[in-house]
Ligand binder design. Structure first.
Ligand code: AMP
Length: 204
């Protein structure tokens, strides 16, 4: 692998984005940037950001773009993000995706793939109920799934139009999913395969 890995994880809450992003970040020695985790830490430490974000996170709503855009701009400019990153939980709506595209242009970077981890709704609900995070109560989970469908799912089309979308079946063992993901990343970043990498998925 000679080129930087820069990948965005799409997919509903509970699809396994965090688990997979962690594995890949370790494998490639790049940061796993989870905006949800940054917010949970800010809330735990009661920083100004945490205080502003808490009510949204507790209700399963998206935190306002003004807070999120500043956060991601700062995070992507940190030293450890210069040579690659895995974004988990950002962008979450079209305005954030537009902003990210512009920001990456300024930084002379490009997200190479957007991976849509697909898991059926019934399985997601069960997975989240078992996880037991504070925002994993059933009402909040239902709201987060609605928010996902209304605001985040349109990004599937956004990245498909840019030929960056790869859909991966997330309803398999974690190791099997990780293997599919590394195949995608390595096919697309290996110079010898270059443009012959498996074509972006046509599926949703
Ligand atoms: P996650 O850990 O990605 O499921 O995020 C947990 C919660 O953090 C979400 O339900 C939102 O309230 C908030 N959040 C995380 N990422 C974003 C984002 N990119 N934009 C707005 N809110 C976010």
């Amino acid at each position: 692998m000679t080129q930087a890995v820069r990948v965005i994880f799409l997919g509903p809450p509970g699809a396994g984005k965090g688990t997979q992003a962690k594995q890949l970040a370790e494998r490639y020695g790049i940061p796993h940037i989870s905006t949800g985790e940054i917010l949970r830490n800010a809330i735990a430490q009661s920083t100004l950001l945490g205080q502003k974000a808490q009510a949204y996170v507790d209700r399963g709503e998206l935190v306002t773009d003004d807070l999120m855009l500043d956060m991601i701009r700062e995070r992507l400019q940190e030293q450890d993000a210069k040579n690659g990153w895995i974004l988990d939980g950002f962008p979450r709506n079209v305005a954030q995706a537009d902003f990210l595209e512009q920001l990456l242009g300024e930084l002379n970077q490009e997200a190479k793939q957007a991976i849509n981890l697909e898991v059926p709704d019934g399985i997601i609900l069960n997975r989240l109920l078992q996880r037991g995070r504070k925002d994993d109560q059933e009402d909040t989970i239902r709201r987060r799934l609605e928010v996902y469908r209304e605001q985040t799912a349109p990004l599937i089309e956004f990245y498909r139009q840019r030929d960056k979308l790869y859909s991966v079946d997330g309803d398999r063992s974690p190791d099997t999913v990780t293997q599919s993901l590394t195949d995608i990343l390595e096919a697309a970043t290996s110079p010898s395969n270059g443009n012959c990498a498996s074509a972006p998925s046509e599926g949703s």
